[in-house]
Design a protein around this ligand. Structure first.
Ligand SMILES: *Cc1c(COP(=O)(O)O)cnc(C)c1O
Length: 591
């Protein structure tokens, strides 16, 4: 693996001025890191460690809730493909939720089922158990492990662990899960014989891992202040949220039951107790204290995330825009096509001259590849029922719009239904279909109600009933299939509320047209690179959305326009989309 793909071989001459600028090859990349005599370079025994309460990787037995988990899974896959020593530490949830939707009489009923999951079915090996103190009892946690190339997934689990995000976000059970991941996971690393070179905390639910490290260093005799400096220097806090105020807090009393009993160092206990304000603590506030490195997940998000440290100073976040693992989410024929055209290299990075090479993409190829994608989508739809329990098939010559993301307020899944007559006209006149996909969070009655209303609206109209389909239990399979098999995807969060989003990346890489508001990672590039929804009010945005839908239809009818827009999207976003680029950005920031 010494061949360098893409750019010319970069030389040590370049490395002096811009250490990591021209390096496409991972081995070369590592050589460059070592040449810089970094004090904490990563090795098999001292890996990059990534802590996350959520992983979305059903192939490895763990179902997530949304983007946070998908990002974690993709980061690990990219590390495996790039041969980076990487350990992901996460809970293995012994139970998972499934959402169902069915029409009974004239009412849509949704219900949730809970399925047991057994880690033995997914190739994990049991290592040993570790103990943590919780609520006056000693809880024993199983440590399990799965090695995948240069990476591993290490999980802690026990029968009473429950489901992802079960209970209130400030509740005891959530605190138990977070404490188990942090203190249990840190002991699990030691069991596996590993020392973290770096600890990346994927959101604040993983704070306790860094706390466990601080405690261990102090207990082992390091001066407390040195231990704080050391932990801070090697911890990266990746923030995905916008507003600190929205975060739930925990009480001192809860910490007395779940956290303090797990600390061995009196100095660390005092340090932590000092961080409470009026008897309460926000994990973001202490995570900021324990992590000197901090990142946000898109350029816009890193700029606008509004966080303050305990002294009241605004926190700065380094922008590392999320990427996706291209082979996971892209039609195989499209990957082959992009590779043969010299647009991406074997590490799924854009080549040095990708901008020029993109010019050789032709409309007839886009259309052919998309037909193939439609077939793959229909194969998935053959076993994924719609809201009526029926299996739909989207004809090869029909145009498909889709909206696939969690059913939450700020993502506005109902926007295209604001004017049903207008939507109907677009669909009917152009032989088009609309697939809507996305789970409502269990217990979110308000959003469940909005979904019901939307399905009722569709149900009342013969044309909408034929052309609009809601697919329950949104998951990776549907996410991938829809990106591959649709023509146009719609992403319309309220501007300012999406941290990054990655679904739209899956659509662009699969030669779909993107209609989007200028938000999250989409705002990494200028708004004229895709079909932008704009407006000063929601009704202006709705009008803009319909105009864009009409434009998307016309674009798919004119080869020249289609070719132009697909190329433009790729030229603007390919580097953003590449998960390898993201990992490279993290490594550059960390080392
Ligand atoms: C890609 C993907 C996501 C990411 O969603 P965003 O809303 O774009 O952050 C979430 N869930 C599933 C199942 C996915 O495949």
């Amino acid at each position: 693996m010494t061949q360098v793909v893409g750019k010319e071989q970069s030389t040590s001459k370049n490395l002096v001025a811009h250490p990591l600028e021209n390096i496409e090859d991972v081995e070369e990349f590592y050589a460059a890191i070592n040449r810089h005599h970094l004090t904490h370079a990563i090795t098999k025994e001292r890996p990059y460690t990534y802590w996350t309460i959520e992983l979305y990787d059903k192939k490895n037995g763990i179902r997530g809730g949304g983007g946070l988990g998908v990002l974690a899974a993709d980061t690990r896959r990219v590390a495996e493909e790039s041969n980076v020593p990487f350990v992901l530490i996460t809970p293995f949830y012994p139970s998972e939720q499934h959402q169902h939707y069915i029409k009974e009489g004239d009412r849509f009923n949704n219900y949730t089922t809970h399925e047991n999951v057994d880690y033995h079915d997914y190739g994990y090996q049991f290592l040993d158990t570790v103990n943590i103190h919780c609520n006056n009892t000693l809880v024993s946690l199983d440590v399990i492990e799965k090695v995948l190339g240069s990476t591993r997934i290490i999980c802690i689990t026990e029968p009473g662990f429950g489901e992802l995000y079960s209970g209130d976000s400030g509740g005891d059970h959530r605190l138990f899960q977070e404490v188990a991941l942090g203190f249990g996971g840190y002991q699990a690393l030691k069991l596996a014989g590993l020392k973290p070179a770096i600890m990346q905390l994927n959101e604040v639910a993983t704070f306790f891992a860094a706390l466990a490290r601080l405690d261990e260093l102090t207990k082992n005799g390091m001066d407390f202040y040195e231990a704080v400096v050391y932990t801070r220097k090697h911890t990266l806090y990746t923030n995905h949220t916008l507003v600190q105020a929205a975060e739930a807090d925990f009480s001192f009393e809860q910490f007395e039951r779940f956290v303090f009993p797990n600390l061995k160092s009196l100095a660390v206990k005092k340090w932590l107790a000092d961080k409470f304000e009026n008897g309460h603590i926000k994990l973001s506030a202490v995570t900021i204290e324990i992590a000197e490195l901090r990142s946000g997940v898109s350029k816009l998000h890193a700029r606008v995330a509004n966080y303050r440290d305990l002294a009241g100073n605004k926190v700065k976040f380094k922008a590392v825009t999320n990427g996706i693992d291209i082979p996971t989410w892209t039609d195989k024929d499209i990957i082959k096509y992009l590779t043969e055209k010299g647009i991406i290299d074997k590490f799924y990075l854009p080549t040095a001259d990708y901008l020029e090479k993109i010019n050789s993409i032709e409309a007839k190829d886009i259309i052919k590849l998309k037909k193939h994608g439609r077939k793959e989508l229909n194969e998935v739809l053959a076993h994924r029922p719609n809201q009526y329990g029926k299996y739909v098939n989207i004809p090869e010559d029909a145009l498909l719009f889709e909206f696939k993301r969690r059913f939450v307020d700020y993502k506005r899944p109902w926007l295209a239904f604001s004017n049903p007559e207008r939507l109907k006209k677009i669909l009917e006149e152009n032989n088009a279909y609309y697939i809507l996909c996305g789970r409502v969070h269990e217990g979110d009655d308000r959003m469940a109600g909005r979904l019901h209303n939307l399905l009722d609206l569709v149900d009342r109209d013969e044309i909408l009933r034929e052309r609009v389909h809601y697919l329950p239990d949104y998951d990776e399979e549907l996410g991938r299939a829809l990106s591959i098999g649709s023509n146009v995807s719609i992403n319309n969060p309220i501007v300012g509320l999406e941290a990054c989003g990655t679904s739209w990346m899956k659509d662009i890489i699969n030669f779909g047209l993107l209609i989007s508001t200028h938000d999250g990672g989409v705002a990494d590039a200028a708004a004229d690179n895709y079909l932008n929804i704009h407006g000063n009010t929601e009704s202006e945005e709705i009008e803009s959305l319909y105009l864009r839908m009409e434009e998307a239809v016309a674009t798919w009818q004119h080869d020249f326009d289609l070719e132009y827009l697909i190329k433009r999207q790729l030229a603007a976003f390919l580097p953003v989309i590449s998960g390898t680029r993201m990992l490279k950005d993290y490594l550059e920031y960390l080392f």
